[in-house]
Design a protein around this ligand. Structure first.
Ligand code: FCB
Length: 459
């Protein structure tokens, strides 16, 4: 349980001293400079080039031009008073040729970024894999094949050697559920494959890659924390019937327990193996793999957006191999610009559940935030809905702290408006608005509000 004291002063919510206040981004969504300094093609470049895959035909070739504007972006972070910044490293910049040595030019960029952050007093928090697999590795089978876990170890070692003396916290992977189930199962994320068997194999190989990288990071970066960011969520049955509860069990298994169990207990949940036996015999799991996967971790990152509400019957529930036995219920309350439910109770429930079921491990909210249709008025962006969203979710996190969850920090998604994957630039999650024509940055009202929260340690 939490080792940090949770001060409660009147109606004000105060977070523990030393709480990390951050914002998150991902390389592919902000960097641009897609062909610069030897960067190779990633699966998202390939996927985005197919007409119809990305709304509006948007491309991330320039994105927020952060690769060239990073110093100014770090200045903006410093003005907000961020104490941590979570970014991702682009594998195709570091290892453009999977058979050759790392490219120093790609590593140079992250080296400069990390130094800039440290000079501004901001803890660098690096994610090794936020979905941008080098296309050359996908061409050899991608995450569906075991070899990719070995390639990832080489990449992880290259990054650790270069940045390991300065990065404060590592996330090996970001949301491996999305990589596996959306990328290889539903085909709505890169690489756009539609095989449930491949999705399950990809899940295992991602976890194996995580375990091996965690071991490397721990050995080479002894003062850094080693973690993984999971899209953990609360799965609720639509009604209390046994059939709906069973549907929720099945989806919770394929969303949460399929990752948490091997990571923290060293085994896959037997009900998930049974539920998916019709698509795979799980023969990709070899002796010794689970010991590698269940490396000790310093923390778990939780990316939370909304709960899932599910019911029995009449699928399809696209990403999940449920044989049409489960269907999703749309939110019936307020939603964000993504149509995602605004439900902070799900964050509290998720944090408490992880602690209850897996024991007290330090947790960080590594992503939470909302897209809304922001309007610019006289050079200002008034975004009260985002402020309300953040206030409600910070409150839920504070309740989890008070309930004994060892929550150490919070990263808002996202620092900047950016390339929102299959939705392109239409969805704006940033604390800071980006004008994609001029690349002008405008902190929104929510950024100023967040700055005040950080300065006060609460609100
Ligand atoms: C998460 C992703 C992140 C961003 C947010 C909105 O699933 O990790 O890159 O797209 O959703």
């Amino acid at each position: 349980m939490s080792t940090l004291a949770v001060p409660q002063a009147g109606t004000r919510l105060r977070f523990p001293a030393g709480f990390w206040w951050g914002a998150s981004t991902a390389a592919y969504q902000i960097e641009g400079s897609a062909g610069d300094d030897g960067r190779a093609q990633s699966i998202w470049d390939t996927f985005a080039a197919v007409p119809g895959n990305i709304e509006n035909g948007d491309s991330a070739e320039t994105a927020c031009d952060h690769y060239r504007r990073y110093a100014g972006d770090v200045r903006l972070m410093a003005e907000l008073g961020l104490t941590a910044y979570r970014f991702s490293v682009a594998w195709p910049r570091v290892m453009p040729d999977p058979d050759a040595k790392p490219d120093p030019r790609g590593l140079d960029f992250y080296d400069r970024l990390v130094d800039e952050l440290l000079a501004a007093g901001i803890r660098p928090t690096a994610t090794l894999y936020h979905w941008d697999l080098p296309q050359a590795i996908e061409d050899r089978g991608g995450w569906a094949v075991r070899e990719t876990a070995s390639r990832f170890s080489e990449y992880a070692a290259a990054v650790a050697n270069r940045l390991g003396d300065r990065v404060a916290m590592w996330n090996t992977l970001n949301e491996p559920w999305c990589s596996a189930f959306l990328g290889y199962g539903a085909g709505i994320h890169a690489p756009g494959r539609t095989s449930y068997a491949d999705a399950l194999a990809a899940t295992h190989h991602l976890l194996l890659a995580h375990g091996r990288a965690a071991e490397i990071l721990r050995a080479r970066c002894p003062s850094a924390q080693v973690s993984i960011a999971l899209n953990a969520g609360t799965v609720r049955p639509a009604t209390g019937t046994a059939a709906d509860r069973d549907a929720a069990r099945m989806i919770d298994g394929m969303l949460n327990r399929i990752f948490f169990d091997p990571l923290l207990r060293g085994s896959y949940p037997s009900d998930v193996v049974e539920d998916t036996a019709w698509v795979s015999d799980w023969s990709f799991v070899r002796d010794g793999d689970l010991a590698e996967i269940s490396q000790p971790l310093d923390a778990i990152g939780v990316n939370y957006y909304q709960p899932d509400v599910v019911a029995a019957g009449d699928g399809p529930l696209l990403p999940y191999p449920t044989r049409g036995r489960v269907s999703w219920r749309p939110p019936d309350g307020p939603v964000t610009g993504m149509g995602w439910a605004v439900d902070p109770s799900g964050l509290h429930e998720t944090l408490v559940r992880i602690t209850r079921d897996y024991g007290s491990i330090p947790l960080y909210v590594t992503e939470n935030g909302a897209a809304f249709d922001d309007a610019v008025t006289n050079g200002r962006v008034h975004d009260p809905a985002r402020i309300e969203y953040l206030r409600a979710h910070f409150s839920a996190a504070h309740r989890a702290l008070a309930d004994g969850v060892d929550l150490r920090g919070y990263f808002v998604w996202s620092l900047l408006d950016n390339f929102e994957w299959a939705f392109g630039y239409g969805k704006r999650f940033g604390l800071i608005r980006v004008d994609y024509e001029s690349q002008e940055r405008t902190p929104k009202d929510s950024a100023f509000w967040y700055r005040d929260v950080i300065a006060a340690g609460g609100f």
